[in-house]
Design a protein around this ligand. Structure first.
Ligand code: HEM
Length: 598
């Protein structure tokens, strides 16, 4: 017994000595390297528990739960500087919102930083390896599986989006009733993304949604919630044993595997017969494209789920945020409509949507004001230098060492007054005029790991915004709340996320429906009879008529919208074509009615 305790004591002393000497050598090497590159130290967050940094972890978790994290993280950056140091699970973590540092991490020195040590096994047992949990060769392989599809112009299948948009239209009230758009946009983009990723839409916008799709998405969302809980448990995640969670994973796997089998069959068919019918239809299905490169079912399951995860709700939240802002800014709505009306009746294509400058500004401004992503962590894979953030003035370079962490915050970057000016809190698309973008605007990240869906997301957002404006003459918000964060993968509008138990509704525009059918062109002093929305848009646009209260129900064959006529109107014609309306204010015109033939 005596010998054993002597042996243990000796072993303990050797271990402590070993750890102490290693630490000392590391520290000396660190100091040497620091001097060599003129590096300074970053300001340190004043932890109360400075070994593991648990105090900050608990504080941040509480702020997330209280939906006040974004303000709090901004406050921390304001107090401790744009680059500062915190303790994260016992390691040094550099937090930064400085574009120069972000450029170094994502772009110039991207090879020095990775995700795998942070995310390895995190998504298990939903999936093992995927594009967003790996580095190095496996990441390159994952990226190569999706690259051919995402780099195609035809990736934005606007015909499919239109198909699902029409289903959305069926669900939107046309009589001015308050509606929460956010969950409906969620369904819209879920239906389009499942079609694009798996080849079969979840069809959640149908009046009686497909049972399989509903079950899949409910299970998937439950799995995401559970993953969040497991992340918070850290090394103790094995304690999370909720049977429903495991059952939900089984349901998600079964749904995906069914489509994998189809994709592999399609590939077999393609190899024998050349191009498939689907390819002939110019419709890209990511799973089918992946199956051209691998037929390993488990690999395909992991890879497709790793792409589905970041696609869930992100575009929907972006568009909901756009409408949140438009409903509160009638002048922006009006200018946007003027700009897109200027393109006339052309078919909405990727190029056309891109050419509507003000629309692009509105989308950018929404990305800036309401970032979908905030903290993005990285693990330092090999010692590297951040260009700024060290020393007493925070301007010296900063040395970061292997095994430490970096976290860059996109939300704080997009809210930085030094970059965006004193009106940073105001939704002002005009700020984008002539703006030079550097690393100060990175809604989709940057460098080799930039979001592959960037073009898809912005085109879909532009399309839905324009289509909504074609269908509805005005939006009006019906909620007193400011935009308030709520957390899933990233932040989204809390009150826009209507729930059976939430009594508050937000982002809820009054939608003046304009009808769908053909134009009759019968202008009379009191009644404008039209069934061509574009003509009615011209009227609204020229401020000749303005909707007052709300439209009467338009569920039947025709509907009436009461309007206040601001001017008398005469159709100006040139070579037989109507080119606009002119006239003067005439009291008798007030409360003209627009009859929409549906
Ligand atoms: C508003 C919509 C979206 C935003 C703002 C967004 C933003 C981002 C950001 C910031 C990153 C980089 C994260 C990092 O560097 O750590 C990223 C990565 C990624 N995004 Fe998106 N995303 C959006 C929608 C989507 C959609 C719809 C998809 C799939 C269809 C998608 C797929 C991915 C994938 C696979 C990655 C990982 C790339 C890699 O690690 O190589 N994203 N996204």
């Amino acid at each position: 017994m005596g010998k054993i305790s002597q042996f243990l004591a000796l072993g303990g002393t050797v271990l402590i000595l070993y750890i102490g000497i290693t630490k000392l050598l590391d520290q000396r090497a660190y100091e040497r390297k620091k001097r060599l590159h003129n590096c300074g130290e970053a300001v340190k967050y004043p932890h109360r528990e400075s070994l593991f940094g648990l105090d900050l972890l608990i504080k941040d978790t509480k702020e997330h739960t209280a939906c006040t994290y974004l303000k709090e993280i901004q406050r921390q950056y304001a107090v401790y500087g744009k680059t500062h140091e915190v303790r994260f699970l016992g390691e040094r973590m550099i937090r930064t919102m400085d574009p120069k540092n972000i450029q170094a991490v994502l772009g110039l020195n991207a090879k020095d930083y990775g995700l795998q040590p942070l995310r390895e096994g995190l998504a298990m047992p939903l999936f093992n390896h995927g594009i967003n949990t790996t580095d190095g060769e496996y990441w390159q392989y994952s990226r190569s599986l999706i690259k051919p599809t995402f780099s195609r112009m035809e990736i934005c299948n606007l015909a499919s989006l239109e198909f699902h948009f029409r289903r959305l239209m069926e669900l939107l009230p046309k009589d001015g009733t308050t509606v929460d758009l956010q969950p409906l946009f969620s369904r819209l983009f879920l239906d389009t993304s499942t079609e694009f990723l798996f080849g079969k839409s979840a069809d959640t916008l149908l009046p009686l949604p497909a049972e399989e799709g509903e079950l899949f998405i409910k299970s998937f969302d439950y799995v995401m919630e559970g993953l969040g809980n497991r992340v918070r448990l850290g090394p103790l995640k094995f304690l999370y044993r909720d049977p429903l969670w495991f059952e939900s994973i089984r349901i998600v796997h079964a749904f995906v595997e069914k489509h994998i089998d189809v994709a592999i069959e399609v590939e077999k068919h393609r190899k024998i017969n050349g191009s498939t019918e689907r390819e002939a239809n110019n419709r890209y299905i990511l799973l089918n494209e992946m199956a051209k490169q691998t037929q390993d079912k488990l690999d395909l399951r992991s890879q497709i789920l790793a792409v589905f995860m970041p696609s869930r709700d992100t575009t929907a939240f972006l568009v909901a945020n756009i409408f949140h802002a438009l409903a509160r800014n009638p002048a922006i709505w009006k200018r946007l409509r003027t700009e897109f009306m200027a393109v006339g009746n052309q078919t909405l294509t990727f190029e056309l949507l891109k050419s509507i400058k003000y629309l692009q500004w509105v989308i950018n401004e929404s990305h800036r004001m309401y970032s979908i992503s905030d903290n993005n962590p990285r693990c330092v894979l090999s010692d590297s230098i951040l260009p700024t953030g060290g020393g007493t003035d925070g301007k010296s370079p900063l040395l970061v060492c292997k095994g430490q962490y970096i976290s860059f915050n996109i939300y704080c970057l997009h809210q930085d007054r030094d970059i965006w000016g004193s009106d940073v809190d105001i939704f002002r698309p005009e700020r984008w005029e002539g703006l030079k973008l550097f690393w100060n605007f990175i809604p989709f990240g940057g460098g080799p790991r930039t979001c592959p869906a960037q073009q898809l997301v912005n085109t879909e957002a532009a399309y839905v915004t324009v289509r909504m404006m074609q269908e509805f003459a005005a939006v009006d918000h019906r909620d007193e709340h400011e935009w308030t964060e709520q957390w899933r993968i990233g932040p989204h509008s809390k009150y826009g996320c209507k729930d059976g138990t939430l009594s508050t509704r937000i982002g809820n525009p009054i939608l003046y429906y304009l009808g769908e059918a053909e134009f009759e062109s019968r202008l009379s002093p009191r009644i404008i009879s039209t069934n061509k929305p574009m003509q009615l848009f011209h009227l609204f646009l020229s401020s000749i008529v303005e909707p007052t209260v709300s439209g009467q129900p338009t569920t039947g064959l025709s509907g009436i919208i009461t309007c206040t006529a601001k001017r008398t109107f005469v159709t100006r014609r040139k070579k037989g074509k109507s080119i606009g309306y002119t006239g003067k204010i005439n009291d008798s015109m007030i409360k003209s009615r627009v009859v929409c033939h549906l």
